[in-house]
Design a protein around this ligand. Structure first.
Ligand SMILES: C[S@@+](CC[C@H](N)C(=O)[O-])C[C@H]1O[C@@H](n2cnc3c(N)ncnc32)[C@H](O)[C@@H]1O
Length: 223
């Protein structure tokens, strides 16, 4: 059984290595084996979902597990007065975020304690690297740093048929978590004073929206 520190160190090594191979690109933070056109399509779906989930104000955004700032950079294009902060375990990604967007804590999102409140807390494919036993604690911590009237936006992988098949045939237990259809909604709806404002699934094929790869959910913080 690995300790939490060993697990974090493994994650850091593996993300540093991935960044070393793919640089600051969609392949480094989306699917490394998908053709670029499909990663571009998925990226655009994430962008559309996040943009439509944002509150009216320009305000502030905390990007948890921000990578090189793929999503924050898109938000900045649409909301140029918004301020950005990141949390990221991979040093090169954190540097790129600082260069382009704003301050970035280099370290684990598990140990990071937000020192301010934000209009938007963004989590795009980061909860999947936590364990189910810690989801609630992780979400509650970051929920406390959402201002009243602000939102938490979460995008995570969907447990589709292909994933089920792979998991069934895997020789070792998988370290990433794939979320069942309503699992994210249940987790985020349990946050105090939250109400769901957007919920969407992202597939690759036009019209049929299949196979579903990711799903997104946004919760608004009521007073
Ligand atoms: C799949 S990528 C997504 C990056 C970014 N959110 C995006 O959508 O482009 C997951 C990111 O989370 C970071 N990460 C993984 N575990 C982390 C942890 N415990 N603390 C902070 N960052 C972590 C990785 O280094 C990587 O940049």
């Amino acid at each position: 059984m690995r300790t939490e520190e060993e697990k974090i160190e493994k994650q850091r090594e593996s993300w540093d290595a991935r960044q070393g191979v793919y640089g600051n690109s969609l392949r480094s933070v989306l699917f490394k084996n998908l053709p670029s056109s499909l990663n571009n399509r998925l990226h655009q779906k994430h962008v559309d979902f996040v943009l439509k989930s944002l509150p009216e104000c320009q305000g502030s955004l905390l990007d948890v597990g921000c990578g090189y700032g793929r999503m924050s950079a898109e938000v900045q294009r649409h909301k140029p007065s918004m301020t950005f902060e990141g949390v990221e375990i991979c040093a090169e990604f954190a540097d790129k975020f600082r260069q382009d967007l704003g301050d970035c804590y280099h370290g684990s999102a598990v140990s990071y304690v937000p020192s301010a409140q934000f209009d938007v807390v963004l989590m795009v494919t980061i909860l999947m690297y936590q364990t189910p036993e810690t989801f609630s604690e992780f979400l509650h911590k970051y929920w406390q740093s959402v201002k009243v009237g602000g939102v938490l936006i979460c995008v995570e992988p969907y447990r589709n048929m292909l994933v089920r098949y792979r998991q069934y045939n895997a020789s070792e237990p998988q370290t990433e978590h794939y979320f069942e259809r309503n699992q994210l909604k249940v987790l985020l709806s349990a946050l105090p004073n939250s109400s769901v404002t957007c919920h969407q699934q992202f597939g690759l094929l036009p019209l049929v929206n299949q196979p579903v790869l990711h799903h997104g959910i946004t919760v608004y913080k009521e007073s």
